[in-house]
Design a protein around this ligand. Structure first.
Ligand code: NAP
Length: 475
């Protein structure tokens, strides 16, 4: 049987009305109409055909459009196409919606799916879907599918985002659209009435919304520490000793900035959780909202952690290339020569060896745990973990990672903390500054796990309230 014959057979089928069907029938005999033979219309038509639906396109120029549409679909004028199906996807730009006004009679009682998006937020006074509803008041408008792209629809559900959001005032119309979405292998989420359409239309315009704050923090910290270390390390050497060591900017300075930013950002992942626990202890209840800034901060912990991992990774790479640097190779060959020339003997120092090995070992362990935290935050991995497993890794192992990385940095400083010569221009080295926040977080966490505080927090999280106890003590 040829595609043409199949499409003719499908066009013979009586269009079922899913509004009358509690359970969607097998779609062989169902027809769906798509207005517009552009990129989205064609991709949508192809997916509908693959799912077994009959597809009728409504086009301004049915004859010329027939060469564009997927094999097996029909193309008619708008009025004829509208009459052949209950559900119509309006795959046309909003600017051209007025072509629907003369079709108001044919569209009465039909389910119109508004898939349109805008170029920017608040481009029009009302949402596109509400505008469509005002043009065709007799139809049931449902907003949806706008978060998918023509490309993702063509590639199929295995290679693209499966989530679609829908909203509309008619529950039955939404059920019809959701049933079609399910048949296309998508997962539809009902977001309420048509007044939500503007929010749905804003979704595709967002650019990494949860990454904005963490990225700003990462860029701000990197810039601040870069200039701080530039002044302390490079400019100080030039101003006081006339030495030009500006070549250190590329590797040495970068290898100082990366671990500093990484450790501070890792602490920023755990600080809001600790603050939230103290707030609950102070308030004596978990039933009061956290301040907005704390809520926002807690919501971007995953992104903070992933960026911190990125900086830790750069630190590892910079450290691995140290032996191949010209400066290091030069020093390595110059040192034995100067020892022989000056007839000096150097003794093996076991304490230094212990310090060096412990510093490296803690760094490696800390990085290993860091990677584990990063992997378990990926949705495909976290989805197969139970909540208990996930919170064990992210909280317990997370704090252990912070402890290992902080200890790694303390060992780097070793006995230099009290030496006045390292306070160039009375400023502490970068690694000392970056130890402040993780030390505070670890100290606060230590307080939280002491038995009396831990007991109170556990009770609060199980629903106990301090005022409740006060009331129960009243006569
Ligand atoms: P497109 O490629 O420009 O196609 C739009 C179609 O609308 C045209 O092919 C044309 O079909 C029809 N049309 C054009 N002018 C018209 C007029 N004056 N009167 C009636 N029909 C007219 O646009 P698209 O990319 O498919 O997007 C269609 C809608 O889907 C837009 O609202 C867009 O925001 C939304 N959307 C698109 C994507 C995407 O990835 N492309 C993703 C999400 C949402 P005929 O020549 O057959 O009449």
């Amino acid at each position: 049987m040829t595609g043409q014959e199949r499409s003719e057979e499908k066009s013979e089928c009586v269009s079922l009305s899913p509004m009358r069907e509690a359970v969607p029938a097998p779609p062989e005999c169902e027809r769906v109409c798509v207005f517009g033979t552009g990129d989205l219309g064609r991709s949508l038509g192809l997916r509908l055909l693959q799912a077994g639906y009959g597809v009728v396109f409504g086009s301004r120029r049915p004859h010329s459009s027939s060469t564009l549409i997927p094999h097996g679909a029909q193309v008619l004028g708008h009025a004829a196409a509208a009459q052949s199906a209950l559900m119509i996807f309006i795959a046309v730009q909003r600017e051209h919606y007025d072509f629907l006004v003369p079709l108001a009679n044919q569209l009465k009682g039909k389910v119109l799916v508004d898939v349109s998006n805008n170029l920017r937020k608040n481009q029009y006074p009302e949402a596109n879907a509400e505008y469509l509803q005002s043009l065709v008041p007799g139809a049931e408008v449902v907003k949806g599918f706008n978060t998918l792209s023509a490309w993702s629809l063509q590639n199929g559900p295995s290679d693209a985002n499966r989530q679609v959001y829908i909203c509309g005032d008619s529950v039955e119309a939404k059920q019809v659209v959701m049933a079609v979405a399910t048949m296309l292998g998508l997962s539809a989420l009902d977001r309420g009435s048509l007044s939500m359409a503007r929010e749905l239309e804003d979704f595709p315009l967002q650019l990494f919304p949860q990454w904005r704050l963490p990225l700003r923090i990462a860029i701000g910290l990197s810039a601040a520490f870069f200039f701080y270390l530039l002044i302390r390390d490079i400019i100080y050497a030039y101003a006081t000793q006339g030495k030009d060591i500006s070549f250190r900017i590329m590797v040495s300075l970068a290898n100082k900035v990366c671990p500093i930013v990484s450790l501070i950002m890792l602490s920023l992942c755990y600080l809001p959780g600790v603050l939230a626990s103290f707030l609950q202890v102070y308030r004596g209840t978990k039933y009061r909202r956290f301040p907005d800034w704390l809520d926002r901060w807690m919501l971007c912990r995953k992104q903070l952690g992933l960026l911190a991992l990125g900086f830790a990774f750069l630190h590892v790479l910079y450290t691995l290339i140290i032996p191949i640097r010209y400066y290091v190779r030069f020093k390595a060959t110059e040192h034995p020569v100067s020892v022989i020339r000056e007839n000096r003997t150097t003794m093996f120092d076991t304490t230094t060896a212990w310090r060096g090995d412990s510093y490296l070992s803690l760094g490696i362990l800390g990085f290993g745990m860091y990677v584990l935290l990063g992997i378990t935050s990926l949705p495909s991995v976290s989805n197969i973990l139970s909540w208990r497993e996930f919170s064990f890794i992210q909280s317990k192992l997370g704090h252990l990672t912070l402890l290992l990385c902080t200890a790694h940095t303390y060992l780097y400083g070793w006995n230099k903390f009290l030496s006045s010569s390292i306070y160039k221009w009375y400023t502490p080295p970068g690694y000392m500054l970056c130890l402040v926040l993780p030390s505070v977080v670890l100290l606060l966490k230590l307080l939280l796990i002491t038995p009396c505080v831990d007991h109170t927090i556990t009770r609060i999280r199980q629903g106990w309230e301090r005022s409740e106890m006060g009331r129960s003590e009243e006569p």
